[in-house]
Structure formats: structure tokens, C-alpha cells
Design a binder for this molecule. Structure first.
Ligand SMILES: CC(C)(COP(=O)(O)OP(=O)(O)OC[C@H]1O[C@@H](n2cnc3c(N)ncnc32)[C@H](O)[C@@H]1OP(=O)(O)O)[C@@H](O)C(=O)NCCC(=O)NCCS
Length: 193
């Protein structure tokens, strides 16, 4: 049986940067890929203020990744795409999440979210924000798994991706049904839409 580990890491290595770049290339459509992905991941991993979450299998192969950045450090840049972005020193912005296509649908994305919530709480941060893709069902999924989540707005052309993204704010608490491993379907969409 496959076992997976999600953990927080700091510090870039050439192998890790290469692995994340490869997942990025496979995960996102070409118009959503970063022009200089290796540098993006290197800088993200080297910044101790960030939360870098790695999802690996028992052999150490990296299957997924989540990057969270303090909202105070990103809101100004993001305002060009979402003018309503606010400074919030007590909020962590979920900047990117990616799972290898062949591994999707096995709740690895959920494992990354669970781990970032736990790590944020260790830093005494209990508020999250995110721009989530709508066309893939990801935004809807996030609204199902967080216990307290608010949909604030939709951006039609987020980041020039020509795709709608939802701006969501949530606390780090996940629905009990998620944590106990019960069917996610049981966690009905009680979230505010
Ligand atoms: C979004 C992503 C990280 C989810 O990873 P995952 O391991 O499949 O996530 P989980 O198994 O925990 O959850 C699956 C849910 O994610 C949603 N989802 C979003 N994109 C998906 C995709 N490409 N394939 C499968 N499910 C996807 C589905 O709604 C699914 O819900 P369901 O199980 O009720 O059908 C992964 O699909 C991915 O890397 N996508 C491409 C990059 C991306 O779009 N990132 C998010 C940008 S906001």
C-alpha cells in the first residue's frame, strides 16, 4: 500500500527545484505556467516566512506541493488582478497548489491543505485566503472541506489566465467529516457561496 507524507520544508536544493518545476509543467496548462518556474520555486523554498508543503511517497518521490505566503507580502502585487486585496498581517495566502496529474483524485490535495492548516496554527495563524480555480471544481471543493469559508468575489481573468477564479477566505479549521476520513460527500456544501 502506498503511504504518503505531507511535511513543511525550508531551503531549496537543485533536485527539489527540478522536481517542483516538472510537476508544475505537467500540472498547469501552458498559459498558466510561470515563465521562470525554477527561480520561482527556489525563492519560495528559501524564504522562511513562507510555508512550503511537500507531499512525498514512501520512496521520497515528490508528488505534490503547496506554497503559502503571508498576505501582507503579496497583496500589493495581487491588486493588479484583484483590486480588493487587502493587507492582513494575520492571514496566510495560499499561493499555489499542484499535484502530479497521475496522482490526482486520491485526496493528496486534501493532505496538502490539512498540513498547511496544521503548520499555520503552529505559527499562530488561523486565517487563510486563496484564489481558486472554478472551472476544475477546485473552488467548490475547497468550500466543502473548510469548516468556515467565505466566498467574497469571482475574478473573470485572474492573473491573465483567461479563466475565472474565486477569492475565498477561510479559517484553518476543516470540517470534522474531512478529518475523520468520512466521505467528503457527507460534508455538504454548507459553506457560504
Ligand atoms: C487542484 C489539485 C492540486 C487537487 O489535487 P488532488 O490530489 O486531485 O485533490 P483531491 O483528491 O484532494 O481533491 C480532488 C478534488 O479536487 C478537484 N479538482 C480540481 N482540479 C482537479 C483535477 N485536475 N483533477 C481531479 N480533481 C480536481 C475536484 O473537484 C475533486 O473533487 P471531487 O473529489 O469531489 O471530485 C490538482 O488537481 C492539481 O494539481 N491541479 C492542477 C493545478 C491547479 O489547478 N491548482 C489549483 C490552482 S487554484
Amino acid at each position: 500500500m502506498n503511504t504518503f507524507t505531507a511535511r513543511a520544508v525550508t531551503g531549496a536544493s537543485p533536485d527539489l527545484v527540478a522536481a517542483l518545476t516538472e510537476i508544475h509543467r505537467k500540472s498547469f496548462p501552458p498559459n498558466m505556467q510561470f515563465a521562470d518556474a525554477p527561480r520561482y520555486f527556489e525563492e519560495a523554498l528559501d524564504d522562511e516566512g513562507n510555508l512550503n508543503i511537500l507531499l512525498q511517497d514512501q520512496t521520497g518521490t515528490v508528488l505534490g506541493y503547496l506554497l503559502a505566503i503571508p498576505q501582507s507580502l503579496v497583496f500589493e502585487e495581487l491588486r493588479q488582478w484583484d483590486p480588493e486585496m487587502q493587507d492582513d498581517p494575520e492571514r496566510l495566502y495560499l499561493e499555489m497548489i499542484q499535484v502530479l496529474p497521475e496522482q490526482r483524485g486520491s485526496k493528496l490535495g486534501l493532505r496538502l491543505i490539512q498540513r498547511v492548516c496544521a503548520e499555520a496554527e503552529k505559527r499562530n495563524i488561523f486565517n487563510l485566503s486563496m484564489h481558486a480555480r472554478t472551472t476544475t471544481g477546485w473552488s467548490e471543493y475547497l468550500r466543502r472541506i473548510f469548516a468556515e469559508v467565505r466566498f467574497l468575489r469571482q475574478l473573470e481573468n485572474w492573473y491573465g489566465f483567461c479563466e475565472p477564479f474565486d477569492y475565498l477566505e477561510a479559517t484553518t479549521t476543516l470540517r470534522t467529516t474531512v478529518n475523520t476520513g468520512e466521505s467528503l460527500l457527507a460534508a455538504t456544501a454548507g459553506a457560504v457561496a
